[in-house]
Design a protein around this ligand. Structure first.
Ligand code: FAD
Length: 393
């Protein structure tokens, strides 16, 4: 490494960005200025957002308190990045970089008419808190609809039903948690049943109105409140180059998490998509965001030292779903995220899920105090395969 002080930018202060910045500050020391740019001073512990939405306590913590002292924090909106100028624009100011990691995460997405106007959501803590406020005002027996049968929709529906047993909660989905094992799906269904959640499968939502959800077959379901948990898209920034994006707004990265034709630029977390032809797909999740953030940091260090960057490797272990505060489902999976036939359920499942939620914040703090400590189950699956040189992502 030369004596130059490198400018290193991390965009996004979520799980991937905070872990990445802490690791970078520790590993690069005085040889670099590491700046983390993010929209809000509060850290959003997103895997608990459904708890806030249902009116549970949601402790506030700042991004600053999770960051190593060596990381400079810049609060502001990342508006664009220029590969030609090697800058990122934050609230109008151009911040230069020698290396950059984009970890801007994801946001709910939807093209169903009426969702933006009438469906409350999981976009951020303020939106979730608004739902909690509305739940408090609904008369008994009011119908509440949750759209989306993936893990997020299931967690939202279960949490509301447990916290507000006098409301009638429906979960509308094309298929209920289709990736689970038979045992997992049986437990999920039984738990939702016990909580009084009506599951409407094969639902094809056409539009959301102020007081109902309308289906493509012409029928409708009354809903005093509708929550959209139907899908998420990456928050890639505007760039002055032809960045490869997938169909969900995510930056396609190569095996090393690098962005094509952009030396020293990496992406991690929900905003990073595996290249086509990869060996195993990486689902969006905190479970992948943190290892991706850590690996991107290690590759930034290698890049600045003139060393070869290395491919990311990761092996899945479990999928976890909370079903209110008293039940949880832990679904063991193989390294490629394929389910095993058995599950851990009930209070033990809830305890495991709760421990993971706590561990996540603990791991960010540990990485601030002892950079390089964070480890993940790797070496099992090379989750990405390098893009062929001429591949069009
Ligand atoms: C209710 C719910 C429950 C979930 N449960 C689980 C779970 O149990 N397990 C699991 O693995 N995953 C879970 N997830 C998914 C998980 O939260 C995400 O995969 C994870 O947050 C991704 O981390 P990230 O760091 O990539 O992005 P994020 O956590 O989204 O962080 C991105 C950061 O970038 C900032 N940002 C975005 N755009 C800009 C901009 N233009 N300018 C400045 N800053 C910007 C954001 O404010 C945020 O701080 C859940 C998600 C939800 C909503």
């Amino acid at each position: 490494m030369t004596n130059k002080i490198h400018e290193v930018l991390v965009l996004g202060g979520g799980y991937a960005g905070v872990l990445c910045a802490n690791r970078l500050a520790g590993r690069l020391g005085a040889s670099a200025r590491v700046t983390l740019a993010t929209a809000t001073p509060d850290f959003v512990h997103r895997v608990r957002l459904h708890e806030l939405l249902a009116g549970r306590p949601f402790p506030r913590r700042s991004v600053r308190e999770l960051l190593a002292d060596g990381v400079a924090l810049r609060i502001g909106r990342v508006e664009a990045a220029s590969l030609a100028a090697r800058t990122a624009t934050v609230d109008g100011a151009a911040l230069p970089f020698d290396a950059m990691v984009c970890a801007l995460g994801s946001a709910p997405t939807c093209n169903v008419p009426g969702v933006a106007e009438h469906a409350a959501g999981l976009a951020n803590p303020a939106a979730a808190a608004r739902v909690a406020g509305r739940l408090r005002t609904l008369p008994e027996r009011s119908p509440v609809a949750v759209i989306g049968g993936g893990f997020t929709g299931v967690e939202v529906a279960a949490e509301i039903a447990e916290a507000w047993p006098a409301l009638r909660v429906s979960l509308l989905t094309s298929a209920l948690a289709p990736g689970l094992s038979d045992a997992g799906r049986r437990y999920l269904r039984a738990s939702l049943d016990a909580l009084g959640v009506e599951v409407v499968e094969n639902a094809s939502v056409r539009a959301v109105a102020a007081d109902a959800v309308e289906f493509t077959d012409g029928s409708s379901l009354p809903a005093a409140l509708t929550v959209w948990a139907g899908g998420f898209a990456g928050s890639a920034p505007a760039v002055d180059a032809d960045w490869p994006l997938d169909g969900r707004g995510r930056i396609v990265v190569d095996a090393d998490l690098g962005v094509r034709d952009a030396p020293g630029v990496f992406a991690a977390g929900d905003v990073a998509a595996s290249a086509p032809g990869m060996e195993s797909s990486l689902r969006m999740g905190c479970v992948t965001a943190m290892p991706l953030g850590a690996h991107a940091a290690d590759n930034v260090v290698r890049h600045l030292r003139g060393e070869a960057t290395r491919p990311f490797a990761f092996g899945f272990r479990v999928q976890c779903v909370s079903l209110g505060r008293r039940r949880g489902l832990v679904q063991p999976v193989d390294a490629r995220d394929q389910t095993k036939p058995w599950v851990v359920t009930g209070r033990l499942g809830a305890l495991v899920k709760e421990s993971i939620c706590r561990y996540v914040v603990g791991a960010l703090r540990v990485e601030a105090a002892a950079p390089g400590m964070y480890r993940w189950p790797g070496g099992v699956v090379a989750a990405h395969r390098a893009l062929p040189a001429a591949a069009d992502a």
